[in-house]
Design a protein around this ligand. Structure first.
Ligand code: ATP
Length: 628
């Protein structure tokens, strides 16, 4: 059942032109007004709309809500995506205007980036000598990568460092520049490049920014308290001389400080740069009074007024250790499912319940005991990694990258390593690594890997004929490596098992990609980049949700178990500065306000350390803060 909008919410939804800032507390309907305003604009024929979020899950949810409210022919008038996916489109489509090559692919793995950095150092005697006598070379290279990432996030180009008075910075600029050139020679981008190049495009070619704001008449930024400097600068460069931008957020829910996010970009910079009309929403439609009162003790300055007529339940429970804590939670869940709760009218299902903790390790014990009791669980978006485990699919995956991008010798070399290729390959600057891959001499492949290579090679052949035949390519691998009995002796059963699992994983990614794209317009490079952006992840919401606070953002559940409330765990022991401690309070605020009716706070008195000792744990100071 959908309740009517309040008058205040209605004012936002009906706002047509001009910048808009909505600052609002938890459960006040931010996501709702955002989606309803988009629906309203499109219903009035004001196309088109761009809505940017920070997670694929949030983007999917907003898309679904808009699609439910709109006639089908209007669905194409709105593009909902993450800041990164939008910027990647810009870089892919307009990057050549700032000298970028076509057909770029993302190198998201640390291993690939490290390989590039190794080559930068090895190919330059000056850099090589610099670290020749130092111990822990690999750590130095990682530090270089971190340093480059930091520069990119601040949009500092190597040329700027070359002008520095600091000799170290001038020296480092050369490594930084060589790293960029080496990445581009592979037609590769790292994650930081996505925003960095999008910013350069908008900044150096303002007419491109204009072409986007002519296409999208209205731009929306959800969860704007999580913007970091790079993201804000990209948005500002995109929206130069453009007014129809709306930001929605809650400063008390800013929890990505470690990523450089700061709610000041929304509350100060956006107001200074765009002079938006401001709205505040203070009614909380989600949670019962006791939960809101506790949240207000965490953030006394936050305006959040209970609308829900019931008191609800908020209670704190102490246990001897993590096992007892987990056993009690499982017992309570079983009781809730069978007997229900006096605070909830309907029958309770597993999907109404979340267990939230400050970090994912805190969830281990309860997950183990839930699974032992056959209670279904999901762990939000990060349920599957995109990294293949089997040698065969690792080779297949690396080959995919070479098919997409014949300049990619990082993955070509990875394949040579995986098949233990015995001969040296002669290459030149204009080698096509795809040609080299397809012409590898089977005689030089390690015996144990010949069958694998042949099967994977057949799968590549299918893709080279038709890029959309991804499912068929996977099927060939199964037929040759998993089903054929002759191979039993040559291929370890464990490898066969891993291949099967990897294939299932890639199948899911491809299916999701197909649901997001149109047949006839699909390509392997687009697919690979969508995988890197996390857009093909499936979000399993069935069963009890086991979430970190960060993953729980934007979600709501009738019943929340907020566990592991010990000093050092929540708040996190690493939070020392005023800013970090404030962010811990924000984390607690977010966690508490995910609950609609009931919130159980739990903590163990002792914890088993990795080396086996049991250690006393004091309760979190947040517990007394909220009045217990
Ligand atoms: N006018 C309204 N009347 C009744 N319920 C409402 C109203 N507006 C929103 N809600 C409900 O309140 C809940 C919270 O809404 P929504 O998720 O949009 O809030 P939010 O401000 O985005 O929350 P948060 O910042 O905590 O993630 C939802 O269940 C939504 O359906």
């Amino acid at each position: 059942m959908t309740f009517p909008l309040t008058e205040n919410q209605m004012k936002i939804v009906r706002h047509i032109d001009g910048a808009l800032l909505v600052i609002a507390g938890p459960g006040s309907g931010k996501t709702r007004v955002l989606t309803e305003r988009i629906t309203n604009l499109l219903t009035l024929g004001k196309k088109r709309v761009l809505a940017l979020t920070f997670s694929n899950k949030a983007a999917e949810e907003i898309s679904e809500r808009i699609e439910q409210n709109l006639d089908e022919e209007k669905h194409d008038d709105v593009l909902v995506g993450t800041v990164h996916s939008f910027c990647l489109d810009v870089v892919m489509n307009r990057g050549n205007l700032i000298g970028l090559p076509n057909g770029l692919v993302i190198f998201e793995s640390d291993v690939d980036k490290l390989e590039i950095m190794k080559r930068v150092i090895n190919e330059n005697p000056e850099f090589r000598n610099r670290i020749f006598h130092t111990n822990g070379k690999s750590n130095i290279l990682k530090t270089y990568l971190r340093q480059i990432s930091e520069y990119k996030q601040n949009f500092i180009m190597p040329e700027v460092l070359l002008d520095s008075d600091n000799d170290n910075e001038v020296e480092f600029a050369k490594i930084y520049e060589s790293y960029n050139n080496m990445m581009l020679s592979q037609r590769a981008l790292d994650f930081d490049d996505i925003l960095f190049y999008a910013y350069r495009i908008f900044n150096e070619r303002p007419q491109i920014a204009k072409s986007y704001t002519r296409l999208y008449k209205y731009i929306f930024i959800d969860e704007a308290q999580d913007l970091n400097e790079a993201q804000y600068k990209v948005i500002r460069a995109l929206c130069k001389d453009f007014e129809n931008i709306m930001m929605v957020g809650d400063p008390a829910q800013s929890i990505y400080g470690f990523n450089g996010s700061n709610s000041d970009f929304m509350t100060n910079d956006f107001i200074r740069d765009f002079k938006p009309t401001e709205f505040r929403l203070v009614e909380n439609f989600r949670s019962t009074r006791r939960i809101i009162d506790a949240a207000k003790k965490i953030h006394p300055n936050v305006d959040s007024n209970a609308v829900y007529p019931l008191e609800g339940e908020l209670s704190v429970h102490m246990f001897r250790d993590e096992k007892d804590e987990a056993l009690w939670i499982v017992k309570e869940i079983n009781k809730l499912i069978v007997d229900g709760s006096k605070w909830i009218e309907n029958q309770i299902s597993y999907e109404n319940i979340a267990i939230i903790a400050r970090n994912r390790y805190v969830l281990s014990k309860v997950k183990e005991i839930l699974m032992l009791n056959n209670i279904p669980v999901n762990q939000g978006a990060v349920s599957r990694s995109v990294e293949s485990e089997s040698i065969a699919i690792k080779i297949f995956e690396a080959g995919l990258r070479v098919i997409i991008n014949p300049y990619d010798n990082v993955h070509f070399n990875q394949i040579l390593g995986l098949i233990k290729y015995k001969d040296k390959i002669n290459t030149s600057n204009d080698s096509s690594y795809l040609d080299l891959l397809l012409n590898l001499d089977v005689k030089n492949i390690d015996n144990g890997h010949i069958n694998i290579f042949n099967a994977v090679n057949k799968a590549w052949g299918i893709l080279l004929e038709d890029e959309e035949n991804f499912s068929k390519a996977l099927k060939i691998i199964v037929e040759y490596l998993v089903k054929q009995e002759i191979l039993d002796e040559e291929l370890d059963e464990n490898e066969q098992y891993l291949i099967q699992k990897d294939i299932e994983m890639w199948k899911e990614h491809w299916q999701k990609y197909c649901s997001q794209s149109v047949a006839g317009q699909r390509s392997l490079s687009h697919f690979r980049n969508q995988v890197s952006l996390g857009k093909t992840q499936t979000h399993d919401n069935s069963g009890i949700s086991l979430l970190t606070v960060h993953m729980s953002k934007g979600l709501e559940y009738d019943i929340v178990f907020l566990i592991g409330l010990n000093e050092g765990t929540f708040p996190d022991y690493r939070a020392k500065s005023h800013k970090e401690l404030k962010e811990e309070l924000n984390n607690m605020f977010v966690a508490l306000t995910r609950a609609r009716r009931v919130c159980y706070i739990t903590y163990p008195q002792t914890k088993i350390m990795p080396w086996g000792d049991s250690r006393y744990q004091s309760p979190s100071n947040f517990i007394s803060k909220i009045g217990f």
